[in-house]
Design a binder for this molecule. Structure first.
Ligand SMILES: Cc1ncc(COP(=O)(O)O)c(C=O)c1O
Length: 482
């Protein structure tokens, strides 16, 4: 078959307009591409045959242009490694690129990425070093082999997500979390935040949230024009009896494991919030962010089971697998489905097909259950070690909350949170203070404390991280007591 631009090597855009013949134009265009840095030092050029086919010129024309640029020092040609941009072209290209860069472009460069902390005990993050790479790879192979061609097309027809994944998730959620789910009502999203952004138009002007929670979610609601009002939280979870006084038509809760204080919603309050929703036409958003990880007993089932028409269930792979997958799901009450799908069409957002198919295979093959069980053991072991170390070495610190998830709250004596955070920073430990999670309008300041994630460090680094935290807290509390 004759090589054409559609089948030959790598793409190279060259503008051959200008004075002189084809060879002169080509030489000039290549020189310009090297000079401006568009062709990077060391970059391999297409073979003369394939570039000639691309451009529709004689092969000799390209060979001559290459030879001229080699002679000028812009390119190098070596037997076996083809024609490449000369390394020494680099400084000129870099200098010119720097000169050409407009001041506004310089200003718009992304902020420097902060370097990772020495000991990462930030909450809400799993141990990504334990990502099940080989099982995921095996699932990828199977999913790719089985996928119909149509799976790689646009999914405008069904913005809920791939049917394979929705079916598997509906079964899994019913089995493992007690959710009443049918595949038709499952919507796959690129993370909890994206799911929340699809729902926000249905929540009314006032949304009740827990007095302590993730600011990212509150900010998203505020940016969308809603006002968030805080519900107090205590050892029975959010005080939903306060809901009628808020004027809210919707409430965002973390019933299985309040984030970050760490208590489950009391059964009386579970019933009460559903009664509130039924009697007012309200809506409950159930954020089940770490429901897979209850360490001391069977996890309490989803609140959604009490009334699937009044509760939107939201889950995510961010804790159970990895946040980088950006895969989450919600089970939407039937009456809201059209509005959610309209929001999704309007946002023109979906999730990558392949990731969805792989997750579907991963769950269906049992690999997800195996991974979650293995991680549950690992996290339980870490939590036990952390709690024991704190009890042993930091008198005055008290771990609160149930044995679940990937974080604990370490309650501290009044007035010591800031000092503890400073001491942690000095030891290279990244943690959060409880105050950071507090709703700014919450009258209840809550206790001083740290929110310590035990998921993030790789296994070999965990003991050192706990030691550093204990040192920091012991020092800070000791100084405060002196
Ligand atoms: C309380 C809570 N809900 C939900 C999520 C999941 O968010 P996403 O799925 O966007 O990663 C997190 C992640 O940190 C969280 O802490």
């Amino acid at each position: 078959m004759r090589e054409s631009w559609a089948t030959s090597g790598s793409d190279l855009h060259l503008d051959l307009d200008g004075p002189g013949g084809v060879r002169a134009s080509l030489t000039r265009a290549l020189r310009e591409a090297v000079r401006t840095g568009r062709l990077a030092p060391g970059a391999r050029l297409p073979s003369s045959r394939s570039l000639a086919a691309d451009l529709g010129v004689a092969r000799n024309t390209v060979a001559d242009a290459y030879a001229e640029l080699v002679a000028e020092g812009w390119l190098t040609a070596r037997q076996g490694s083809g024609t490449r941009v000369a390394r020494r072209a680099e400084p000129t290209a870099r200098r010119l690129a720097a000169v050409r860069r407009a001041p506004s472009e310089t200003a718009a460069r992304p902020a420097r990425v902060p370097s990772p902390p020495r000991h990462d005990l930030r909450p809400g993050r799993p141990d990504v070093s334990s990502f099940p790479r080989s099982a995921w790879l095996a699932a990828t192979r199977r999913a790719l082999t089985a996928a119909p061609h149509a799976a790689f097309g646009y999914d405008y027809d069904d913005p809920r997500g791939r049917p394979e994944l929705r079916r598997v998730l509906a079964d899994y959620l019913a089995r493992a979390r007690g959710v009443r789910a049918e595949a038709d009502r499952v919507v796959v999203c690129a993370g909890f935040v994206r799911a929340l952004s699809l729902l926000v138009g249905l929540l009314g002007r006032t949304v009740a949230v827990e007095s302590h929670g993730l600011w990212v979610h509150r900010d998203l609601l505020t940016r969308a024009g809603a006002r968030t009002v805080p519900l107090p939280v205590d050892e029975k979870g959010a005080d939903v009896a306060a809901l009628p006084g808020t004027g809210a038509r919707a409430v965002l809760l973390t019933p299985a494991h309040q984030f970050p204080t760490g208590f489950p919603l009391h059964p009386d309050r579970r019933a009460a919030v559903v009664d509130w929703a039924r009697s007012t036409g309200g809506l409950v958003l159930e954020d089940d962010y770490d429901g897979e990880f209850r360490h001391d007993r069977r996890a309490v089932g989803a609140l959604q089971d009490l009334d699937p028409e009044r509760v939107v269930y939201l889950g995510t792979a961010s804790k159970s697998l990895a946040p980088g997958l950006r895969l989450a799901w919600m089970v939407v009450p039937e009456p809201l489905m059209d509005a959610v799908l309209a929001a999704r069409r309007e946002a023109a957002e979906t999730c990558g097909t392949l990731d969805q198919l792989v997750l579907a295979d991963f769950v269906e093959s049992g690999a997800y259950d195996r991974h979650v069980r293995a991680m549950r053991l690992r996290y339980r072991n870490r939590r036990d070690r952390l709690v024991a170390a704190l009890a042993d070495r930091v008198p005055g610190a008290r771990v609160t909350g149930i044995a679940a998830g990937l974080h604990v709250v370490v309650e501290l004596p009044p007035g010591t949170e800031e000092a503890a955070l400073r001491a942690a920073r000095r030891e290279g430990v990244a943690v959060e203070g409880l105050a950071r999670f507090r709703h700014p309008e919450s009258p209840d300041t809550g206790p001083d404390g740290l929110v310590v994630g035990y998921g993030t460090p790789p296994e070999h680094a965990f003991t050192a991280a706990v030691d550093a935290l204990c040192r920091a807290l012991r020092g800070a509390l000791g100084r405060a007591a002196a």
